[in-house]
Design a protein around this ligand. Structure first.
Ligand SMILES: Cc1cc2nc3c(=O)[nH]c(=O)nc-3n(C[C@H](O)[C@H](O)[C@H](O)COP(=O)(O)O)c2cc1C
Length: 178
């Protein structure tokens, strides 16, 4: 079947990134959460993660100032909260309260963990050279926490306009790659 031209503005939907995550920050006695799907692994160990944080977001300035955050990974049961968190700003909303989420103490950074998320990665900001041009931040993961959920972890993957792909089955293929 012939292929159709695909709008460049929608290319991101084809290159589906990893799971949608919730980035938490803390500054001057206030915490905040933003939803993020534009992130990528850059190195194995220590784990280095690149992520794009819009300069219109409240998180952008807080991340630059505090140089730390937690990447929290939600599961599909939290999807409505994730969309709500990604549609409101910490400038005017206390998102932990609004979305009934529980902040937990991290051990390396001041930003809180989200207890309801199945995994939490405590990160520091190690490189902002891409921030001015691409809103690109490079994070180093110092501590990682995971609640064992068995083989299937139903994370959500953003496909645009409120559509999400939900992780389901896992297949294993003999391989030597990491
Ligand atoms: C599913 C989803 C994914 C998102 N991914 C990103 C992203 O990768 N980068 C970004 O800057 N904003 C992203 N957003 C938008 C921010 O979460 C949104 O602007 C949020 O209100 C920022 O919060 P803040 O102003 O409290 O920091 C996403 C929103 C949703 C719902």
């Amino acid at each position: 079947m012939a292929k159709k031209k695909f709008p460049l503005a929608h290319v991101y939907r084809l290159l589906e990134p990893g799971p949608v995550v919730l980035v938490t920050t803390a500054h001057a006695g206030r915490t905040n959460i933003m939803a993020m799907s534009w992130h990528m692994m850059i190195d194995f160990e220590p784990p280095i993660v690149g992520c794009v944080v819009s300069d219109r977001s409240h998180t952008f300035g807080i991340l630059r100032k505090t140089k730390e955050c937690v990447i929290n990974i939600p599961t599909v049961d939290m999807v409505k909260k994730v969309v709500g968190i990604g549609s409101t700003s910490g400038r005017s909303v206390d998102k932990f309260k609004r979305f009934a989420l529980t902040p937990g103490a991290a051990s390396y950074v001041k930003a809180p963990l989200i207890e309801e998320c199945y995994a939490n990665l405590e990160c520091t900001l190690i490189d902002t050279r891409g921030a001015a041009r691409y809103n690109l931040f490079i994070l180093k993961v110092h501590k990682a926490w995971v609640r064992p959920l068995g083989k299937i972890v139903r994370t959500i993957h953003h496909c645009g306009r409120g559509r999400f792909r939900v992780d389901g089955s896992m297949i294993t293929v003999p391989s030597t790659i990491k």
